[in-house]
Design a protein around this ligand. Sequence first.
Ligand code: ADP
Length: 237
Amino acid sequence: MIELKNLQKSYFTGDTETQALRDVSLSIAPGEFVAVMGPSGCGKSTLMNILGMIDTPSEGRYAFSGTDIAGFRERQLVELRKKNLGYIFQSFNLIDDLSVEDNIALPLRYLGLDRNQQKVRMREALELVGLEHRARHKPSQLSGGQQQRVAVARAIIVDPKLILADEPTGNLDSKNGDEVMELLHLLNEQGSTILMVTHSEDKAREAKRLVRMLDGRVLSDQSLSDQRDRKPFGGEV
Ligand code: ADP
């Protein structure tokens, strides 16, 4: 699904060049659950931004679902990412003025579904994250864990090929963090491909594969056996 080959990314600040990514090659197959770890400044965000098509590499190849996206115009990239990518951020990034259901339904605008189809999708997503009874609430009326579940519902509503999660549990206590991880596992079991940046060794070990980065390079790329102690998703608290 994802093929990165000899990816380089340099930033220039005045005369100073920072090589954020140096020769990164990575393949991600459909159905994988990949955790990315590494110290601050090692290039994790840069990698996520390039994978998420909000930044472009300086050099190298990025193929998404077999299509080389180098040279794509901004409009084509927007189209591609709206239909194929779901994002989950550490800080939830919900719109405070919109209700839970309107936040979740936002990405549907780009799919050209009629109102009924939109409603069905929205209900399914709400149900999946166990927040049906919070549909009319505003994000500020929810706990952090609930807000992140809204963000998960928003990320999956277009049925994306790839979910990019940037420290999805970073702002949550351990119980809420575990619930969000359970949701990610559920989505993965249902076929979603997930790439997650995390600072937590424990959370990373829950993935099926662990990529460690250092100084803009892939330091190690390890397959993890799934030894998780499976708990059913607990739903609302
Ligand atoms: P991480 O997410 O692992 O903390 P980043 O991808 O944010 O790392 O950054 C990698 C390197 O690139 C760092 O040295 C950082 O300072 C540099 N960098 C990131 N974004 C920019 C930018 N817009 N301009 C200049 N340097 C940047």
